[in-house]
Write a protein that binds this ligand. Sequence first.
Ligand code: NAD
Length: 355
Amino acid sequence: MLDLFSKTYQNKKVLLTGDTGFKGSWMSIWLKEMGAEVYGYALPPLTDRDNFVTTGLASKIHHMDGDIRDLNKLKQYFKDVQPDMAFHLAAQPLVIDSYNNPHYNFETNLMGTVNFFESVRACESVKIAVNVTTDKCYQNNEWDWGYREIDPMGGDDPYSASKGCSELITHSYTKSFFNKDNACKIASGRAGNVIGGGDWADNRIIPDMMRAYHKKEAVFLRNPSSVRPWQFVLEPVYGYLKLGEKLYNEGSKFVGGWNFGPAAYENYTVGQVVEQVKQVLPDLKTESPAQLEKLHEATLLKLDVTKAVNHLGWHPKLNFKDTILFTVEGYVEELKGGANLYQSRVNQINQYCSK
Ligand SMILES: NC(=O)c1ccc[n+]([C@@H]2O[C@H](COP(=O)([O-])OP(=O)(O)OC[C@H]3O[C@@H](n4cnc5c(N)ncnc54)[C@H](O)[C@@H]3O)[C@@H](O)[C@H]2O)c1
């Protein structure tokens, strides 16, 4: 049921950077369940609550602790593994942290991307490589239309700028080093705010909410009126895997950038997310402090997913209500304790695939 990719990943060696992270851990589980041999490279998980830890992934896939800024170590890992496919998800992923430490943010997100493609370039076994960036890579005009893959890259805050640069690096490597017929086929996936069980990162609204709910405290809403393209974690992961399948089986025409976001009418504010979560967890308390320092963060951001729908055959499977339901169920399962979380993630992948 959970193989929506014509067995493309079965018995393949797939190397993922960022496997200890939120998206990377879900993607590793999905790949493993499809019969792939999964090899991860990332920093160790930050806390014992991370999805990578609670699902026991360390004993189910191959993993190497390593810094993406360490080119020699990453290259050596590629050389040792000889993967068929590679996905790059290791990044500094938070806007707030990028303000606190812009140098680390740029080093990780720019040179990390360069190091990923250098490692791919040095390893002939790799047939396809996908770089995971974000909707924030686009120059944000704060308009009502969704951004298309042909719109200019940009980014005012250091995180967004670093992801715009990561896209330009991908483009440069495509044109400069991977443009021959038999070269590795490379592409990038751009998705928006992703939510789902197992994400405990600081300064993200759903984890903040779940922490507050668990402690019976009020959650602070940083920007209640911000519109974000909320997606359940498996939506973009489905997109990355679909893109990988097309690149692997059909090649060059899938090289380039691809948006993975909710349907155009499914854009909701932080406040609406909170209201929907309260439908499932009525005891959740919220607070919007008046005196919070305002850092610049884009307030309106939408993606146009026409290209992925028409050419990849990908489409968002969950509506807003189901997105929140899948998400809250993932956390509740975890908070009640004692569950086999690996199996419960597999069950959600199956449920998602059957939609
Ligand atoms: N979560 C979202 O809402 C969201 C939205 C858009 C794009 N993204 C992008 O998706 C990707 C994955 O994000 P996530 O939500 O899983 O983030 P995460 O913080 O949960 O995971 C990040 C991963 O990157 C690894 N990493 C970070 N710095 C590293 C370094 N210096 N060396 C090696 N590994 C390092 C971490 O160990 C972890 O495995 C990132 O590129 C992120 O920018 C995430």
